[in-house]
Design a protein around this ligand. Structure first.
Ligand SMILES: [Zn+2]
Length: 158
């Protein structure tokens, strides 16, 4: 069994408080068991238990294919290839999301750090973290560091 199995279930992620309402977006809500059925084990670990895939192992780390990156859990559009950049950090990195409404940010104080956790606004699944002020040559100075397993690339029609 994965070592996370002894941790309490994350009921707050099922019952709220959840992201702000009023955007008109239809929220996707499943029980924890429902997510387990819907996702592969590694997807479930990252998306629903806020896990992190090992660096340089994700399928989209160096991908340059033109297209849209959707939430692996619910299919919502999250990022676009046009805003993906080479961060050399081991995970797919974007300098901004597709839209501000696509994601939510929460403070994450695990691992002795204060980080901003990025979640899908539609289904509240964990995507990764956002870091600011690192000096990358990008328009926003923000590195949206996202797990490949949280994403599905939909290549543009050519
Ligand atoms: Zn989602």
């Amino acid at each position: 069994m994965p070592r996370l199995s002894h941790l309490p279930t994350y009921s707050r992620r099922i019952n709220g408080p959840g992201p702000a309402v009023g955007t008109g977006m239809e929220k996707i809500v499943r029980t924890d068991a429902g997510w387990r059925d819907h996702l592969a084990p590694e997807e479930y670990r990252v998306l629903r238990q806020a896990g992190t895939e090992a660096p340089w192992t994700g399928e989209y780390t160096d991908t340059k294919t033109v297209g849209v990156y959707r939430c692996r859990a619910c299919g919502a559009e999250l990022f676009r290839s046009a805003e993906k950049f080479e961060s050399h950090c081991g995970w797919p990195s974007f300098y901004q999301p597709s839209s501000g409404d696509a994601v939510t940010l929460t403070e994450d104080r695990t691992l002795g750090m204060v980080r901003s956790e990025v979640r899908c606004a539609r289904c509240d699944s964990h995507l990764g973290h956002v870091f600011e002020g690192e000096g990358y040559d990008i328009p926003t100075d923000q590195r949206w560091c996202i797990n490949s397993v949280s994403l599905t690339l939909e290549p543009a029609e050519s």
